[in-house]
Ligand binder design. Structure first.
Ligand code: CP
Ligand code: NVA
Length: 306
């Protein structure tokens, strides 16, 4: 049985296999075909943080595959009142067939999966957001940006930056990350990515300079300056990141046909300008929709590979 906690757990071939499955499932739905590979299966969805896309895409996804999803908010469950993760994991996994968990410390997901008898999927932790990256790469494939691309990530060294590191390192493309001092990616995660990059040939470049990072890029991406759980740091972060807004002036340094991606929600006028978000280069809504298709691929794959 496999869990999906980070992209580090999967080989390049497996990632591409999941995306082929996702593409097939997307094409089927677009033609009105609904196969039911997960009929009578239940997905438990634990949310310890807010969500729009992750909840709706997982809930719709399991339903389209013939199964059923249960939304478990930490406000309503005993987990939110302090029931140990190891107990919740054993109880839930005796009843449901798959678990998706959105949480704070990544170690909570690791503990949950260690006690779970069914596959556990990371729907975002403080360290990683792998489901988002599958949707992002699927969008790059659809836009013809998946062959040796140069990806520029401008902003916080957060869960999204870490997930880009893992994707680049596994698939072997060039990733340039520009973050302000003190907001860089985790050294531990970087080292892990670099060990994979040695095998895949990925080029990972870190700097403090957004202009240098974006120059000639095929894909430009960013994320919020203050992630969930960092609300009280908003003002300090606004100051630290003021030179890291992806606006039209910065975007002009990328390739002329570069695409812009953002996991959303986006904060206009902060990490990205309204003009860039609403431009023809922006593929953010195609990217958001692909969450649904990519995660259907993940659920079917995990079920098939039990
Ligand atoms: N991108 C993303 O995960 O969105 P939600 O927080 O709305 O789920
Ligand atoms: N880095 C953001 C991503 C939201 C989808 C957060 O963790 O809040």
């Amino acid at each position: 049985m496999r869990h999906f906690l980070t992209l580090a757990d999967f080989s390049k071939e497996e990632i591409l296999e999941i995306l082929i499955l996702a593409k097939t499932l997307k094409n089927e739905v677009k033609s009105g075909i609904y196969s039911n590979p997960l009929a009578h299966k239940t997905l438990g969805m634990i949310f310890e943080k807010n969500s729009t896309r992750t909840r709706v895409s997982f809930e719709t996804g399991i339903y389209q595959l013939g199964g059923n999803g249960i939304f478990l908010s930490s406000n309503d469950t005993q987990l939110g009142r302090g029931e140990p993760i190891k107990d919740t994991a054993r109880v839930l996994s005796s009843m449901v067939d798959l678990v998706m968990m959105r949480t704070h410390e990544h170690s909570r997901l690791e503990e949950f999966s260690a006690y779970s008898n069914v596959p556990v999927i990371n729907g975002l932790s403080d360290d990683f957001h792998p489901m988002q990256l599958l949707a992002d790469f699927m969008t790059m494939q659809e836009c013809g940006k998946d062959k040796n691309p140069i990806v520029a990530y401008i902003g916080d060294g957060n869960n999204m930056a870490h997930s880009w590191l893992m994707l680049a390192a596994k698939l072997g493309f060039t990733l340039r990350i520009a973050s302000p001092k003190n907001y860089e990616v985790s050294q531990k995660i970087l080292q892990k990515a670099e060990s994979f990059a040695k095998i895949s040939g990925a080029k990972i470049l870190l700097s403090e300079n957004p202009q240098e990072a974006i120059l000639g890029a095929d894909v430009v991406t960013t994320d919020t300056w203050a992630s969930m759980g960092q609300e009280e740091q908003k003002e300090t972060r606004k100051k630290a990141f003021q030179d890291y807004c992806v606006d039209s002036k910065l975007m002009k340094l990328a390739k002329q046909d570069a695409i812009f991606l953002h996991c959303l929600p986006a904060y206009r006028g902060q990490e990205v300008s309204e003009e860039v978000l609403e431009s023809a280069q922006s593929k953010i809504f195609q990217e958001a929709e692909n969450r649904l298709h990519a995660q259907k691929g993940v659920m079917v794959w995990l079920h098939q590979n039990r």
